[in-house]
Each structure stands twice: as C-alpha cells, then as structure tokens.
Design a protein around this ligand. Structure first.
Ligand code: MG
Length: 246
C-alpha cells in the first residue's frame, strides 16, 4: 500500500513537471521574422539596408548636404582626401552594421597618420580605422578601438591593401522625457571576425565627431582624415549595410 502511494506521488510529480515544461516552451509570442541569410559571408541578409553595393553613393552626402563625390572605381568606394567626411542621408539609432575596408600602404607615414579613417556611429562615436599592422600608436587609437575610449581586445589587423571587415552592434543611448541621457550607448565590434569590443559602454562622443544630440538618431559617417602632410590616403570601402534594431 505504501509502495503504491509513493508511485502515485511520483507520477503526480512527473505530471506537474511535464505541465510546467509545456507551459514554458509553448510560448504565446510571435514567431521570429524570417530573414534570408546571405549566400556569402559579409553579404547583406534580406532585411538589411544596403548603403553601398559598388554601384553608386546616392545614399551618401557631405555634411552640408552636397552630393558625395568620393569616386567609385571597379565597384570600390575610395575616400577622396580633403573633400570631407561622407554621411548617410538616412539617420539611424541602434543598429547592426557591416563595413568592409582596405587601408593603403603608406610606409612613410607613422602612427595616426598611416591610413587613418573611421566609422562613426550615430555620427558621434568612432570605430577607428587605421593601418595597425606593424604600426604602433596609442592603444585606444588603433584599428578596432572606440577612439580615445577603449583599445581593441586584440590586434587582428591585416596588412595594408587586404580587405578587412567590421561587424558592429550598436545600442544607441536612451534619453528620458526630460531629454537627458538615461542610459549610455554600448558597442560590440567584431574585427575580421574577431571580438575586439565586448559590449563596452560609450563614454561620450569621440574626438572629431559632430556635437549632435545623443537623444536623436544620426547618420553613419565615414571619415576623411585629411592630414596636410599626407594629402592622399586612398582609403577603400565596399559592401556596406545596416540593420536598424528597433
Ligand atoms: Mg580615424
């Protein structure tokens, strides 16, 4: 009799556990939105906004609104030094961003003067582009840094002229109803597929950025780091896309 009671208790316990598991996994939320992944790594998935596909820069402009004039040669966007930074016409907040770039070979330049550019998130926060292959500089100014704030976790730079990738996840700052900063932004960066910024908290806008409102969406910006001693940098870009994260 005692044995039978224990068996019944075990059965009841198992039934309760099953019910709990079913409730946990049944869920009542919507199914994830279908997205078709790219055929090749780095290419845009089906829900990405393609910002540069090798054909034109109609989605880009200079700060004053003039049409961007960086040349496209063989599908590659090349920074025209001295003409200015290039901004997307559209503005973005939190987003996943993919950028491919190749830095020029500049053996006569050193440190920050060697192939300097950058990807500015919300127009305010620079993920530094630099030739950091055998080119020491201050660590939080090297390639893959959140400029002036966080050095990359590792130096995974390829040699100049080789294509490299940034895959960035940016969570924009959040502001309260009083328009004051409530939650700072965060950034995660994979550089050539390797984690170099691990969900770091943005401390504020980076040097050389525009003093825009952190409570508002901003453009993605590619830096023309013009330097009077280095008149031509020939920074190259291709395959740029973004997925806004609402
Ligand atoms: Mg820079």
């Amino acid at each position: 009799m005692v044995g039978a009671m224990k068996s019944l208790e075990r059965l009841a316990g198992a039934a309760l556990l099953c019910a709990a598991l079913l409730a946990q996994h049944a869920g009542d939320g919507p199914q994830p939105t279908p997205v078709v992944p790219a055929t090749f790594p780095g290419q845009p998935p089906s829900d990405a906004i393609v910002l540069f596909d090798g054909k034109d820069i109609s989605q880009w402009q200079y700060k004053d609104g003039r049409a961007g004039a960086w040349p496209i040669v063989d599908g590659i966007l090349t920074c025209k030094s001295g003409t200015g930074n290039l901004y997307t016409k559209r503005r973005f907040g939190s987003a996943q961003i993919h950028v491919e770039f190749a830095v020029p070979y500049m053996p006569d330049a050193h440190g920050q003067a060697r192939a300097n550019s950058g990807v500015y998130l919300q127009g305010r926060y620079e993920i530094q582009i630099l030739d950091s292959f055998n080119n020491p500089t201050y660590s939080n100014g090297s390639a893959g840094s959140l400029y002036g704030q966080y050095a990359p976790l590792v130096n995974v730079s390829r040699p100049p002229k080789e294509w490299q990738t940034y895959d960035i996840v940016f969570h924009a700052p959040k502001c309260g109803a009083d328009r004051k900063l409530a939650t700072p932004g965060t950034v995660t960066v994979l550089y050539n597929g390797v984690l170099v910024q691990d969900n770091v908290t943005v401390k504020g806008r980076t040097t050389s950025s525009d003093d825009t409102d952190p409570c508002e969406d901003g453009p993605l910006m590619l830096q023309d780091h013009y330097h009077p001693d280095v008149k031509e940098t020939f920074m190259q870009f291709r395959n740029i896309w973004i997925r806004p994260l609402s």
